[in-house]
Structure formats: structure tokens, C-alpha cells
Design a protein around this ligand. Structure first.
Ligand code: NAP
Length: 304
């Protein structure tokens, strides 16, 4: 277990997020040293008496735990995948908090094994303002032993430090599913509905209130719960609870017509109709929407 009294922590990257992480650790009384490519962002830390390393090698030398949060995985590789830095990292814990794909996390794990360092891949759920609070959550993948070793430090960054699994790409997958898929997908759907309301003079504030107060907690929550149940069983048959794909298809065709009548772009409905139409062609007209999952996991028409 890392000991707050004696452990040295290096934070690499003082962008919006990295600086918030460093501030949270300092506020939690960890002994922190920082490094950032452009010196200006380290100045507020230096003024506070925090040690500022001249370069990455100086930052990681003598540190017990290294937290890295920079723009992307290519930057992490450029900074750490060097012989001198790798050798200084041997035997330490690297908490990698840069957003990345599952395959980048796997590449990172292979590199960490070769170097001989313990790696945690973390996915930040929230904005810099959530760091250092109980609202902030970070999902971690790596070995349970590594998580346990530094858990007290992880809790210094966010109240919710959640261990996911030893499949190193799992935190990245959850992150991309939530922040990269559900959030923009729901927002895009919301904006399409807003365009239709605006074009037809339906009050946008009523639409917003309906979505926030009614649709999300009610209809969507129920549809998602049903989808989870269908995915778990692998049986997508419509059993009278939700609506069969045939019915969804008809409804969304009507949305398309309304968007065309209002002279707004129906592209979003075309995409949804394509999914539903293919499900109907493969005999799923009387299945729940969850049957579309079969197309999503199909390798047919896969793009590189
Ligand atoms: P940011 O404010 O743009 O900071 C980017 C950081 O990366 C800076 O420290 C920057 O250094 C460094 N950097 C970029 N290119 C570099 C290079 N070639 N060599 C060395 N350092 C380089 O971004 P951020 O908001 O802190 O985000 C950092 C990570 O957190 C990203 O992976 C992001 O997806 C993730 N994240 C952010 C948020 C958020 O709300 N901000 C939420 C969740 C996850 P310079 O200062 O020298 O440019």
C-alpha cells in the first residue's frame, strides 16, 4: 500500500484535467511533483511551493507512483516509451488517465509488462470541476493488487475510484460506450427532435421538460431495461412489453415524413430506418429493438 506520509507522486500533464488531478492530490496531502511540456502551466504550482520537474525523466525518477494525463495516447507513448524513462519507471505504479481506446490500453499493458511496472488504466467520468469531489468518478482496469496498492491515492483524486476488471481495455470500453456513444447519441437524437419542434412552432422549453422529466426516467429507462433483459437472454421476441421493430419502423417513417414536410434534414431517421429495415429483412419484424444488436456485432460491412 502506498503511504501518504512517504510516497512521492509525479503528475505528468497540467492541462485542464491534469492540473485538477494534481490540485486534488495536493489538497489530499500527497507529496506531489509536477511536469508539463509548456512551463507556464506549472507556474501556479511552483508559486505554491510544489516541486516542478524540468523534464519527464526528472519527474519519474524517485517517484513511487506516476499519474499521467495528457492529450492522447500518442503523447503518452512519446513521453514514456523511451529507454531512460522506462528504466526509471521499473517497479513503480503508473496510473494512466489519458483517454484512449481499448487496443491502446492493451498496447500499454504489453509495454508495462516488458518494462516491469504496474499499470492502471483509468477512465475519467466527469469534468475537471468534479475532480477532488465525491461527484467525480474514475473507472480503473488493471490487476486488483495494483488497484489495492494505490487505492488511497486514487480516492484522493475522486471520491469514486471504481475497480472494473483485470481486462485492461475494459475501463476504456466503458468510457467510450458512455461518454463516446450514449451521451452524443442521445444528444443527437434530442437535437433532431428539437429541430422538428422548432420548425413546427412547438415550444422548445416544453420539449426539454418532457424529455428531462418524463421521457428519460420513464420510457427510455423502461426500453433500456427491456433491452438489457433481451441481450442477456439472447431472445429478442416481442412479448407485449415494449414495441416490435415493425411498429418502431412505421413510427420513424412518420418522423422522416414530418422532417421532410418541415424541410429539415432527415438524415438521422435514415440511419435508424436502415438498422430497423435490416432487422426486419432478417426476420426480426416482431422482435424488440434489442434485435438490432445482431447487426451491430456482425462483421459484415465492417469498416477499418
Ligand atoms: P488539455 O487541457 O488540452 O491539456 C492537454 C495536455 O496534454 C497539456 O498538459 C498539454 O501540454 C499536453 N500535451 C499535448 N500534446 C503534448 C505533447 N506533444 N507533448 C507533451 N505534452 C503534450 O486537455 P485536458 O482537458 O487536460 O485532457 C487531458 C486528458 O484528459 C485527455 O485525454 C482528455 O480526453 C481526458 N479527459 C478530459 C476531460 C475534461 O473535461 N477536460 C474529461 C475526461 C477526460 P501543453 O500544456 O504543453 O500543451
Amino acid at each position: 500500500m502506498v503511504d501518504k506520509q512517504t510516497a512521492q507522486v509525479a503528475v505528468l500533464g497540467l492541462g485542464e484535467m491534469g492540473a485538477a488531478l494534481a490540485r486534488a492530490l495536493i489538497a489530499d496531502h500527497w507529496c506531489v511533483r509536477v511536469w508539463n511540456r509548456s512551463a507556464g502551466k506549472a507556474e501556479p504550482f511552483a508559486r505554491q511551493g510544489v516541486a516542478v520537474a524540468a523534464n519527464v525523466l526528472d519527474a519519474v525518477t524517485g517517484a513511487d507512483v506516476v499519474v499521467v494525463c495528457v492529450a492522447d495516447y500518442a503523447t503518452v507513448s512519446a513521453l514514456l516509451h523511451r529507454e531512460d524513462v522506462a528504466s526509471a519507471l521499473r517497479g513503480k505504479v503508473l496510473v494512466q488517465l489519458t483517454t484512449r481506446t481499448p487496443s491502446e490500453a492493451r498496447a500499454s499493458e504489453a509495454w508495462a509488462k516488458a518494462v516491469g511496472l504496474a499499470l492502471l488504466e483509468g477512465a475519467i467520468q466527469g469534468y475537471p470541476m468534479h475532480i477532488g469531489t465525491d461527484q467525480g468518478a474514475i473507472l480503473y482496469s488493471g490487476t486488483r493488487a495494483t488497484f489495492d496498492r494505490v487505492e488511497s491515492l486514487l480516492r484522493g483524486m475522486t471520491g469514486q475510484a471504481l475497480y472494473i476488471s483485470d481486462k485492461i481495455g475494459s475501463s476504456a470500453a466503458l468510457d467510450l460506450a458512455m461518454a463516446g456513444t450514449v451521451v452524443p447519441g442521445a444528444t443527437l437524437a434530442f437535437l433532431n427532435g428539437a429541430a422538428l419542434c422548432q420548425a413546427e412552432g412547438a415550444p422548445l422549453e416544453v420539449y426539454r421538460d418532457l424529455v428531462e422529466g418524463n421521457l428519460f426516467p420513464g420510457l427510455i429507462a423502461a426500453t433500456l431495461a427491456l433491452s438489457v433483459e433481451k441481450l442477456a437472454s439472447g431472445n429478442y421476441a416481442y412479448t407485449g412489453e415494449g414495441a416490435p421493430i415493425d411498429a418502431w419502423y412505421g413510427g420513424i417513417k412518420m418522423v422522416r415524413q414530418a422532417m421532410c414536410d418541415a424541410r429539415i434534414n432527415p438524415e438521422w431517421t435514415d440511419r435508424v430506418l436502415a438498422y430497423l429495415g435490416r432487422a426486419m429483412e432478417t426476420g426480426h419484424g416482431q422482435s424488440e429493438m434489442a434485435a438490432v444488436f445482431e447487426q451491430i456485432i456482425s462483421t459484415e460491412g465492417q469498416v477499418a
